[in-house]
Design a protein around this ligand. Sequence first.
Ligand code: FAD
Ligand code: NA7
Length: 484
Amino acid sequence: VQGNYDYDLVVIGGGSAGLACAKEAVQNGARVACLDYVKPTPIGTKWGVGGTCVNVGCIPKKLMHQASLLGEAVHEAAAYGWNVDDKIKPDWSKLVTSVQNHIKSVNWVTRVDLRDKKVEYINGLGSFVDPHTMVAKLKTNERTITAENFVIAVGGRPRYPDIPGAVEYGITSDDLFSLDHEPGKTLVVGAGYIGLECAGFLKGLGYEPTVMVRSIVLRGFDQQMAELVASSMDERGIPFLRKTVPLSVEKQDDGKLLVKYKNTETGEEGEDTYDTVLWAVGRKGLVEDLNLSNAGVTTVKDKIQVDTKETTNVPNIYAVGDIIYGKPELTPVAVLAGRLLARRLYGGSNQRMDYSDVATTVFTPLEYACVGLSEEDAVKQYGADNVEVFHGYYKPTEFFIPQKSVRYCYLKAVAERSGDQRVYGLHYLGPVAGEVIQGFAAALKSGLTINTLINTVGIHPTTAEEFTRLSITKRSGLDPTPAS
Ligand code: FAD
Ligand code: NA7
């Protein structure tokens, strides 16, 4: 297999997908190099190996979310009898330092792991010369590398809107987790999960976020659940500017940012000043630097289309992770797809990645997790007459003493209406949502039915047990609020 190439496999991108693929390929006997290169953001933020998840994604996000939940918990603790100062304030720079120290330790462990596993790590920006040749731009020079196979795992980076002042004065999630000053009053533009999560923890940390929503909240998610997430945030004092787009950002003499915006329905214009403007308007795939045309790889917008074996239109070039077109952009998806690809290439496996029924969580102050189909997708796929939705509001026991709002604690199971009542989708809004849904995801993949669900004995008192108590259907019109 080794032929005349420098490597059997070169992986471009040392993030969730690339690292998993490179390590697995080496374990299956391949000679592998992994390129990773991070271009600094417009304000100069940069980071080490490991990709988005570790450096500017899941990990720092979850830590800041946790910091925000802890603040909430301290306030609740008083109601539970703890003598705590209710004027507690977070120290942003301490938080950032702790988060960044953790990230640096993960970067270090990643480098050591690559060395131990004998993956050659090249800190260079890769671009194709032909289907078997790549040039890596290193700090001071260039290196030409040849390989039998290439895996493109370059991921994506946040977009900036095309309006005056966006790049000069705005930041993105790439900057937020290492910001050297308090964000203060923040305009979060974009209502995808990243925008909502950032707004959520900023509020919990005592800042004043506002979310600007162009059209709908959490596109792609179940819209009833999405609106409940938004309402629960609104109730916590996070305003939503609906049907609004930004027009420009200017820096005033006092250093504050003047944002002009427009309501897309009424045409009415408005403005306000903020300390920080955070763009969370989606992400673009990093295809530009790859010179894909030299290798003959075609793109769809800024993504790469692959077949069910993650092969691009060029037979020796594959793609995995966020860069592929039309698949969930999530770390565990990237990791598993990368690993399975390496096993197929070098381990004699035939197993393909199953991108369906991937569970996910939105880490807003009240978390939302789901697996399977949204209600609207189930209706689209099977027809309204063939779908039964079981739902209920519930009251987490631990919410009572601190008198937390139980208004938005809600869950539903979207199922087949007749027959075995196979469950198509589960949706949960409440505490520790990811922990609640993860196990149900395995059940759903194993063909969970409503009958099995309601005959499962719950763990009391938990919120997850509410799934075993679902009895009210939407179709019945009965009130899904609990009596007490
Ligand atoms: P990446 O991790 O982005 O890695 C790609 C790497 O390739 C990067 O280091 C990049 O700089 C490098 N690269 C790019 N071009 C080149 C080149 N030409 N040469 C060399 N190197 C190159 N997912 C979850 O599952 N759960 C979450 O809670 C979650 N939260 C998130 C929160 C935020 C704020 C963000 C931004 C993302 C979040 N994600 C989450 C998504 C998750 O981070 C991504 O799905 C995952 O990182 C994708 O992995 P990847 O390997 O495809 O790409
Ligand atoms: P998403 O989920 O793509 O959401 C982007 C949000 O930003 C969404 O609400 C968009 O509204 C909004 N948007 C997009 N462009 C603009 C402009 N120009 N002005 C105002 N608002 C805008 O991105 P995330 O950053 O949350 O997540 C990134 C990816 O990670 C996502 O694809 C996930 O799959 C994983 P819209 O609904 O389009 O009107």
